[in-house]
Design a protein around this ligand. Structure first.
Ligand code: 5GP
Ligand code: ZN
Length: 219
């Protein structure tokens, strides 16, 4: 089934090029999402055979396993932040200020801080995954991608349907354990950056996301 499509990466990561598999080790495979919903969208696949077929909410009940996954997502978040810096760093206002200070004569005693791109990466799982193998999304916050084509694509990353890895372990009575899937995915659109509402006007949201993307990367 197409829902088993992530299994091949876990089984034979070494058969893929670096454009597909970012890295792999004994316990994890990090890949590029084939249908990215942001300008950078990676997936972390744990290889533990006892966990890979289990719903993330259940798999993360194992404290030792959760700690391991969290540690690996910190590594991947750093890597992703480095990728954003390479892609957009030269455009960013902070980086330009830093470069200007560096080339000043004489240079100032204290250089302006560079931008912390790790703050622009979100990490988490979907309450109702569509793919069977356990995976954690690691993506830039922009939600800017031509693959973001459907309402549910936006809302699955922009409502409580998306559960940040930092929120695990979930409390027993956490409402996100019992997702009214339809409810979250059919919600009115809210811009991730400015909070503006777009009702159910998807085309308008998409245009706005492009504007926000341009400003976000230059911040
Ligand atoms: P889910 O909704 O299950 O949390 O997300 C599954 C993710 O896997 C989606 O973002 C989707 O784009 C991605 N995906 C689906 N099939 C494939 C595939 O064959 N290869 C890769 N690399 N990603 C896939
Ligand atoms: Zn906005």
């Amino acid at each position: 089934s197409v829902r088993d499509g992530l299994g091949a990466y876990i089984a034979k990561p070494e058969t893929y090029g670096p454009d597909v598999v970012v890295y792999h080790n004994e316990d994890f495979v990090a890949i590029h999402d084939m249908f990215p919903k942001s300008s950078l969208h990676l997936l972390l696949l744990p290889r533990d055979q006892t966990k890979t077929r289990i719903h993330p909410f259940d798999a993360f009940e194992d404290a030792e396993f959760l700690a391991k996954v969290k540690a690996e997502t910190r590594t991947l978040r750093k890597l992703a932040a480095g990728e954003l810096r390479r892609k957009y760093g030269k455009d960013s206002a902070q980086e330009q200020a830093r470069q200007a200070a560096l080339s000043a004569d004489p240079p100032p005693n204290e250089l302006p801080q560079g931008r912390d791109w790790e703050e622009d990466i979100v990490v988490g799982v979907h309450a109702v995954p569509s793919m069977n193998h356990l995976h954690v999304h690691v993506l830039s916050v922009d939600r800017y991608s031509e693959r973001l084509k459907h309402r549910k694509h936006y809302n699955s990353f922009s409502t409580p349907f998306f559960v940040p890895i930092e929120d695990f372990p979930l409390a027993e009575d956490d409402v996100r354990r019992y997702p009214t899937e339809e409810g979250y995915l059919k919600r009115d659109f809210t811009c991730w950056r400015c909070g503006r509402g777009f009702g159910n006007r998807f085309a308008e949201l998409k245009q706005h996301l492009e504007q926000e993307f341009k400003e976000w990367k230059k911040l």
